[in-house]
Ligand binder design. Structure first.
Ligand code: PLP
Length: 420
């Protein structure tokens, strides 16, 4: 059947990079209508950390649907919701000593960020929020206001205000430290900077081009926030659920954010679901003050519960990811070195890695060459100059090697026929 591209808005994007019709997926492979297999190193932009249609999660979902389990429930109590909350508490919050309340803010990442920003403003009675260069927090107006990317911001059509922008760790070669700037601005009553309600931050900027902040920088940021009475909102939508190793990406920095945004892989199956977690004393919401029709996506609760049981009962997945970090660091470091004329850096943490090119056209060409060879990778960064790797955490060692070999060949071809 021909793809009806004329009926669909021009706004679609990924289908332009990968102009085939995908029909099914299993683990780290997606298949198109001609049954051609693609190794998926995009993993739904980290919404598929456990791969496509994981058999254990699928079984739980099928069982639930088969017995007419409730599908939609707003925020009514359901068995699936109760089971999820128990599992989250027992496997994630309690073992980490996290005294967080759980809010279901609506099913997408931006819903979680909107809830976090609204809550931070309500708790503090302040309006401005500090956000960083390169940040990506979503497309609705509140989350877009704290997002950095110019073309995404331009789409708002209205002023995006109440945000103070500061340099993220390493921005501009690290010449200006955002935290020193923040403290000096706050210390000077003529700086024009009011005390913000919150700082919102990613531990590794995914859409921003795979920029990992140093763990010491994150710890210092948490310290500034605590000393100044500014709430720390940690957007773990892309980097949470094990992407960098531990369940929460901020664990490695030894910090406890005031508010945490989670989405993408929390359902474990690619089903829409999001959470906003916050210290219990911040729970100043009145009933129904922030609501939404799709906060009770029970099939997602079922797969989320199964995913927590399957992958977070012990630390084996975390350990495996940390071992693979070393493998990727070595392979991509070598690749960057081989092509140092064109590739400025290989950087990442856990199983999120980026290969930064001097010329964004080479990043695009590398991703296109990879697609032609059956590997799905996308670009990220302010000029789309970074080829981003997000393999599922369940990808096998052989698949990792296969993907890295394809990437190597793709870079070589891209560089040989280089643009310009
Ligand atoms: N925050 C981060 C860090 C993200 O990476 C994303 C999406 O890529 C979002 C927020 C927005 O999530 P959603 O696209 O589900 O609204």
């Amino acid at each position: 059947m021909a793809v009806p591209t004329t009926i669909e808005s021009e706004v679609r994007s990924y289908s332009r990079s990968w102009p085939v019709v995908f029909t099914h997926g299993r683990g780290s492979r997606l298949y198109d209508e001609d049954d051609r297999a693609y190794l998926d190193f995009f993993a739904g932009a980290s919404a598929l950390n456990y791969g496509h249609n994981h058999p254990v999660l699928k079984q739980e979902l099928l069982r639930y649907v088969e017995r007419d389990g409730v599908t939609h429930s707003l925020d009514m109590f359901t068995g699936a919701r109760t089971a999820f909350l128990h599992e989250l508490d027992a496997r994630v919050l309690q073992p980490r000593g996290l005294d967080y309340k759980v809010q279901f803010p609506g099913p997408t990442g931006t819903n979680s960020v909107e809830a976090a920003l609204k809550l931070a403003r309500k708790v503090t009675g302040r309006q401005t929020v500090v956000a960083f260069t390169g940040a990506f927090h979503g497309m609705s107006l509140g989350s877009l206001a704290v997002t950095g990317n110019a073309s995404k911001r331009a789409g708002a059509g209205v002023p995006l205000g109440l945000t103070w922008r500061l340099p993220y760790d390493g921005f501009g070669g690290g010449k200006v430290c955002g935290l020193t700037l923040l403290e000096s601005m706050l210390d000077d009553s003529s700086s024009g900077m009011d005390l913000p309600a919150a700082v919102i931050v990613e531990t590794v900027q995914g859409e921003g081009g795979v920029n990992p902040a140093r763990l010491t920088w994150l710890a210092d940021l948490a310290d500034v926030c605590a000393r100044r009475g500014i709430l720390l909102v940690l957007d773990d939508i892309q980097m949470g659920c094990g992407r960098t190793g531990p369940f929460f990406s901020f664990e490695a920095a030894g910090i406890v954010p005031d508010i945490v945004c989670l989405s993408k892989s929390i359902s474990g199956y690619g089903l829409p679901m999001a959470l906003t977690l916050f210290r219990s004393e911040l729970d100043v919401w009145s009933p129904g003050e922030h609501n939404g029709t799709f906060r009770g996506n029970n099939p997602a609760f079922v797969t989320a519960t199964a995913a927590l049981r399957e992958f977070w009962s012990d630390d084996s997945l975390e350990k495996q990811t940390m071992v693979r970090e070393l493998l990727l660091r070595e392979h991509l470091g070598e690749l960057a070195h081989e092509h140092e004329e064109h590739v400025t850096q290989a950087r990442g943490r856990g199983l999120v890695w980026g290969l930064a090119f001097r010329d964004p056209r080479l990043a695009r060409r590398t991703a296109d060459e990879a697609f032609a060879r059956g590997l799905l990778v996308e670009t990220a960064g302010s000029c789309d100059e970074v080829v981003k790797l997000l393999p599922a955490l369940t990808t096998t060692d052989d698949e990792l090697t296969e993907g890295l070999d394809i990437l190597r060949a793709s870079v070589a071809t891209a560089v040989r026929g280089r643009a310009g």
